[in-house]
Design a protein around this ligand. Structure first.
Ligand code: ATP
Ligand code: MG
Length: 417
């Protein structure tokens, strides 16, 4: 990809009213555009990161037999009336509007009831089960405060998955599989070592739910973690959870964290309210066991921007970086650069080639601000040695690499984590 074909420009300063570090960095580096507080658009650069996060989540959900679908952003009131959640008293984040004929509609803040309602049409017998479906969808939430950049959007992308089972045992088994799948997701996103499966507030069916909380100074939650980092409890349920697991509250230390995922067992609670039943082997009608599993896709991107950045800008993990390599030139070597870029791309390397008529210093600064894992520079001097200079964003380490070995070296570097 040529830089001149990307419409974005990097900026020295973020908008004066932007207080969050992730949004400041992402706006300056050209990944997001702020429409209003809590409402951000994603540029061609930003969408590549969103899509890479989604693809990792997708692969792990597919691996546990999740089926991808897509629900709608507009929802009917009656979908939510059966559970009492159309009411603004019960759900305080609704955006509501109306059709031309006056019929009220809601903008989806969740798809729990909507997906169950759809599944009622398809799942009738024990032979149809178990099932698990998921989607990536925009959620609309009229959040009171939105000062955390893309970590708290008024519209944001969530992955939400729902599984349906004939028995509690089967739901419990699948729920544990999802926990393992989520751990793989956060490992692949590069934040596995900072992300904890956490006891959090439950619902009518279970005392606790599980949150995935990532240690992050910009988070809005407080987590209590033990010394071996094997137990984590959300402050909101500290007393109850420590009593339940039988540990001393004083053995846990507080850290600030961000909720990147939340998984719940509804059990039969929602099914009973929504009349979501199946015919069992013995011919009787029984309510289904349902669990739900969320990941905040765009929040994760914000958390990573917060955690993996320095004074020069963003530092993406190679698995989710918009491009693997930023190519810049010194002097008049554009013909050689184009050949090199074509060879790298043919070898499967994702390249952003800075073909602008700019000072090398400005190009290097952009490569750093955008957080592209590797910078490759050629000049007459490097070409005399048949080489290019490769610099790693995270360490700043530079080496001269033969052009014939460049693609191999790049692959090695981006796969080493
Ligand atoms: P919070 O407590 O942060 O408001 P929540 O518990 O209401 O979040 P859930 O309904 O559990 O959120 O949604 C699932 C996931 O979606 C959350 O774990 C989080 O990662 C993400 N998420 C929730 N609200 C937002 C938001 N306003 N902006 C971005 N991501 C969000
Ligand atoms: Mg939650």
């Amino acid at each position: 990809m040529k830089r001149t074909q990307l419409f974005i420009k990097t900026q020295k300063q973020a908008p004066a009213d932007e207080v969050s570090k992730n949004a400041q960095l992402l706006i300056r580096a050209g990944f997001v555009y702020k429409v209003m507080a809590g409402v951000y658009a994603y540029t061609p650069l930003g969408i590549r990161v969103v899509e890479k996060i989604k693809q990792i989540v997708r692969e792990e959900m597919n691996a546990i037999a999740g089926g991808e679908l897509i629900m709608t952003a507009l929802q009917r009131p009656d979908t939510w009336q059966t559970t009492g959640r159309w009411d603004d008293e019960a759900v305080d984040v609704w955006f509501k509007t109306a059709l031309k004929d006056g019929h009220p509609v809601g903008l989806a803040w969740s798809h729990e009831e909507a997906i169950i309602e759809m599944m009622k049409q398809h799942i009738t017998s024990y032979k149809d089960l178990p099932q698990s479906v998921y989607q990536f969808q925009t959620k609309f939430r009229n959040e009171l405060r939105s000062k955390s950049g893309i970590m708290r959007g008024r519209e944001f992308v969530m992955k939400d998955m729902y599984s349906v089972h004939t028995t509690q045992e089967d739901m419990d088994r699948y729920y544990d599989e999802v926990i393992e799948a989520y751990k793989r997701v956060f490992d692949r996103l590069g934040i596995g070592d900072k992300t904890f499966v956490t006891f959090a507030s439950g619902g009518a069916f279970t005392k606790f739910s599980h949150e995935f909380q990532t240690i992050c100074a910009a988070g809005e939650d407080t987590l209590y973690v033990d010394d071996d980092q094997t137990i984590a409890v959300n402050e909101e349920v500290l007393d109850d959870a420590t009593k339940e697991i039988g540990i001393d509250k004083a053995s846990l230390k507080p850290v600030i964290s961000a909720e990147v995922g939340n998984i719940f067992k509804f059990g039969t609670e929602k099914s009973e309210k929504m009349d979501f039943t199946f015919t069992d082997r013995d011919g009787t009608q029984k309510p289904l066991y349902v669990a739900s599993y969320g990941i905040g896709v765009t929040r994760v991107m914000g958390v990573i921007a917060e955690m993996m950045s320095d004074e020069k800008g963003l530092v993406w993990h190679a698995n989710i970086a918009p491009y693997h390599v930023y190519v810049a030139t010194i002097g008049d070597v554009s013909v050689q650069a184009e050949t090199m870029v074509a060879e790298l791309e043919a070898a499967g390397v994702e390249v952003l080639y800075d073909d602008r008529d700019e000072r090398p210093g400005a190009k290097f600064a952009d490569a750093e601000l955008m957080g592209i894992p590797l910078r490759v520079v050629i000049s007459e001097r490097t070409l005399e040695q048949g080489s290019a200079e490769v610099t790693e964003r995270i360490t700043g380490a530079t080496e001269l690499v033969k052009l014939s070995e460049l693609a191999g070296t790049v692959h090695q570097q981006i796969n080493k984590v």
